[in-house]
Design a protein around this ligand. Structure first.
Ligand SMILES: N[C@@H](CCC(=O)N[C@@H](CS)C(=O)NCC(=O)O)C(=O)O
Length: 230
């Protein structure tokens, strides 16, 4: 088995983050497309949470880990990639805070705003997955879309603080996670503030093909969804 096996779903921005990272870090890896496999007995045996991205690697206590941010943290730690994940405790704390804030606050809003259009299922207990009528679902989706502006502004003002990236002059793992997340907003024609458009362009410029290749899969999916809606 290859040293690092990454199980992925190509249309997903959670996956895009891990896929951009392994490329940007120039790690040796193989990718396995998990489309249609995540609920199979074989996959569930490895990962009862049926999540992608998931890495499979010798030395991990249970053989695999999932969660995009944990994957990037682990691989950075393992390979000493301090340019993506600084070692100094205070700098690292900023990256961790940005990623937890993204996963806990920004991403749920992005999911509520975009998943109905992307055709992805929402979590149990969400208005989007309930039996409420279409107008309630549309209201919840619009409210989530409107609420995205605040955390976005927090990323800009607090985590970037006038710098180019959360990581300062160069992209960190938190930047990879943020830029990938923002890719989904295109599907709902979200009007990104000017700074965010510049930020996305800077990310793609800084990471080149490492960013563009996985982004093309997400963008391709969005284009497909749009073509079906016509
Ligand atoms: N917080 C997780 C989210 C992962 C996630 O939601 N993965 C979805 C794709 S976007 C998945 O693998 N779904 C397949 C399934 O549940 O069977 C991360 O950042 O990795």
């Amino acid at each position: 088995m290859a040293e690092l096996k990454l199980h992925i779903l190509k249309p997903s921005v959670n996956n895009m983050a891990a896929r951009v990272f392994v490329r940007a870090a120039k790690l040796k890896f193989v990718e396995d497309d998990a489309w249609g496999k995540t609920r199979s007995p074989e996959y569930l045996k490895k990962n009862p949470a049926h999540m992608t991205p998931m890495i499979e690697m010798k030395g991990l206590p249970n053989g695999v880990i999932w969660e995009s941010c944990a994957i990037m943290q682990y691989l950075s730690n393992k390979h000493g990639l301090t340019r993506f994940y600084p070692k100094a405790a205070a700098k690292r704390a900023m990256i961790d805070s940005a990623m937890f804030y993204l996963i806990g606050t920004l991403y749920p809003l992005v999911a509520r705003a975009t998943y109905p259009v992307l055709g992805f299922a929402q979590y149990a207990g969400e208005v989007g997955s309930s039996n409420l009528d279409a107008s309630h679902k549309a209201e919840a989706q619009a409210a989530a879309k409107a609420a995205i502006a605040e955390p976005l502004d927090v990323f800009h003002k607090f985590f970037m603080g006038g710098g180019k990236f959360i990581g300062g002059a160069k992209p960190s793992i938190a930047d990879i996670r943020l830029a990938a997340t923002l890719e989904f907003l295109n599907v709902v024609d979200y009007d990104l503030p000017a700074w965010a458009k510049t930020y996305m362009a800077n990310m793609e410029k800084a990471l080149g093909k490492a960013y563009a290749e996985p982004a093309a899969d997400v963008r391709g999916y969005i284009a497909h969804v749009r073509s079906q809606a016509k």
